[in-house]
Write a protein that binds this ligand. Structure first.
Ligand code: HEC
Length: 123
């Protein structure tokens, strides 16, 4: 199975399985479709000015917001008509570029009473 991956890209391109959030495929898609304008990985040194890097995007948007955003074209981005599995892969890749790759933050404004006493020692 692993040996098949020695031919980069070919296997994936022929039959992309509908697995949500394939990081490798997400990276390939991002490098192919997005790198002209966005810095899509920490390896990449330059892209358009004024376009947010994926690291920055990951900091500000969670997976759900990104998925929604990518269902439509934006900026002068060509209408690339990404499929749902492709969007899921790209979103997984973008989130992996962030400082703490979690899909969504739990609301912080109401600390739960009761159980939290075990975590926060009260004086
Ligand atoms: C032709 C240039 C171009 C291409 C190609 C492009 N983008 Fe963008 N993108 C922009 C610009 C310009 C903005 C900022 C303005 C806007 O939000 O419309 C942006 C904004 C974004 C944002 C929102 C960032 C924020 O600040 O919230 C996301 C997410 C994003 N792009 C993802 C992608 C992905 C994923 C791809 C590849 C599938 C891609 N972009 C391809 C130009 C591009």
């Amino acid at each position: 199975m692993k040996q098949a991956l020695l031919l980069p890209g070919l296997v994936v391109a022929l039959a992309a399985p509908a697995v949500a959030g394939d990081l490798d495929n997400g990276r390939k898609l991002a490098e192919h479709w997005c790198a002209a304008c966005h810095v899509v990985s920490s390896d990449q040194k330059r892209a358009s000015v004024d376009v947010p890097t994926f690291e920055d995007v990951a900091r500000r948007k969670d997976a759900r917001a990104l998925t929604l955003f990518l269902t439509k074209p934006h900026g002068q981005m060509p209408d690339m008509a990404l499929s749902q599995p492709e969007i899921a892969d790209i979103v997984a890749w973008i989130e992996s570029q962030g400082p703490n790759p979690v899909p969504a933050e739990p609301p912080q404004d109401k600390p739960p009473s009761g159980l939290s006493g075990a975590i926060a020692p009260s004086k």
